[in-house]
Unconditional design. Sequence first.
Length: 702
Amino acid sequence: MKKIVLSLIACGALMSATAMDTLTSPDGQIILTFDLTPAGQPQYSVTYKDKQVILPSTLGFEIKDETPLTTGFKQGKPLFSSADETWAPVWGESDSIVNRYNQMIVPLTRKAGNDKRKMNIVFRAYDDGIALRYEFPKQQWKGFTITDELTRMALAGDHTAWWIPGDYDTQEYKYTRSRLSEIRAKSEDARMHNLSQTGFSPTGVQTSLMLKTDDGLYINLHEAALVDYPAMHLNLDDSTMTFTSWLTPDRDGNKAVVTTPFKTPWRTVMVSDKATDILASDLILNLNDPCVLDDTSWIHPTKYMGVWWEMISGKSSWSYCDAENFDLATFDYSKATPNGRHGANNENVRRYIDFAADAGMNQLLIEGWNIGWEDWSGKEKDYVFDFLTPYPDFDLDVLNAYAKSKGIKLMMHHETSGSIPNYEKYIDRAYDLMNRYGYDAVKSGYVGNILPKGENHYNQKSVRHYLECVKKAADKHIMVNAHEAVRPTGLCRTYPNLVGNESACGTEYQSFGGLPVSHVTILPFTRLQGGPMDYTPGIFSMNISEYAPGNNSHVNATVANQLALYLTMYSPLQMAADFPEHYAAKPDAFQFIKDVPVDWSKSVYLDAEPGEFIVVARKDKKSDDWYVGGVNADDPRDFTLNLDFLDPGKCYEATIYADTDDAHYLTNPEAYQITRRKASDSSVIKLHMAPGGGFAISLKEI
Ligand code: NOJ
Ligand code: CA
């Protein structure tokens, strides 16, 4: 049911340059003020419960070959409105989302020779934060090139920040927790190696950025609805603790080429005195347009396994042979000697299909099914993959038919090796092939530098490409999970076939040296704000060298922690990432992965602290069952779980998957215990979470 109240409040006479306009959140706790500086530059500030969140901060742009759109503005009378609607996502953390805000549009004009420039700033105040965007209405001025966006966010102190370094090409960084004033000194250490990376400033950071003030406010800075515009980073002036937007440039150094009418993405500031409010916030989704797809019946939450971890861990290979000086255009696979390590071979794939089907999985991802992996080494080569031709030992027809006979689908994989032109050349044929064989989901990837040379992963052109793929896929009823693409900004509301992105260090980094145990207690505050992550949880065997000799990396998590991730890392697409034989060795723990739903009618964040722990309860969309997950970082933690969120009057069987008292992510990671008991909304369960541990609970109605 949809109810929108739009009220327009006339606002008296034309405002003078110094008048202050105020916008208040529906609950009255957030107050945003706007005015023009004496020089005619737009500026705003924000308070929450009378505490300063954003000090007066100016807004504007640098424009190519034009006077900047900073000072000299005249303001018209603001237009106020409000909305209160409830909408139902196709999939999500809950089955209905309230979108309630007050809005103020500030019309601005600026003389430019004999012409004038029109620019509106739209402000929204929600109960959990504010957002602003620039709109350039239809006007004489047909278009322009933005060389810099100058959106400032002046913070009221030297807050604690959980950040990754600013980069035009990757978000695959571990988080650093530091004071804002320490970012500059820690920036170099924070920059771990990636096949494609382009930093820009020692005080540059990426969004979503999580902050905490000394007096207990949680603040989150991000953007929403990134369409036809470059991704925004933030650059800190650490003498004033002021962030300025920093857009990703194109190969000529320009930031965005726009045609009027045009609107930028939203710039967002979430704020609360409760960490759980940040996790529960729907601000980013609400700022995106409603779903534009008429038919969404073909979009479905998915649990999948994959011929994947064996390549990531180094046990097997993506490639069929070990050719040197490889050229796909001339290489003859029929004469090649197989390397004997190719993971995506018929026999192995059948083995996974059998296991995944028995386990009730929906899909099986197979990487390395297609020719070209011999050449895949980040060499900035245009033609590496054709996305069409299977390896000689991968029978596309037979394996798809076999999977179908077992009631599961194969999931397509398109590694583009960063060559956007090559992918665009093949994409229609590649999607058609998927339609022909009944694939309805693709994992795409953009490892290595973006081609053509000089372009970056997050500039305007690349951002356009990722969305075009999603739109094209929607036309062909294909769900998309894009790795190494731009980080999400809530576009899955508009295009719910965008079921996942990577855009952060996922489980694969457990095989590339390991992840800090705090990582999964930070991601929901940062990366997940924009949309679900294909984190690929569910590893049960933590010593990788036992199955991939030579790889001495260690999965820094306990088994119970891995189970909890199905709750704490919300996604409609969840992988059971480990090998069939590792699950077969721990069938009692694997039962949780089989049981856990991937779509929810309700979610309740019970307690959390970034970098320390997260506990969340979720109700299955298809039944009255509840599931609870808790993940923990470095310090052992006792947690008293009050089940008062359960539906009153109902009785449940609780199955509790927990760390043993001596479990530890390094020394004893596979030690778990499973207990059962009856539970109701008056029950309390005492839990212990090991370092790098957690717990997972299923509560099935009886
Ligand atoms: C990086 C992706 O994150 C990973 O999941 C994938 O297996 C490799 N690229 C190969 O495409
Ligand atoms: Ca990746």
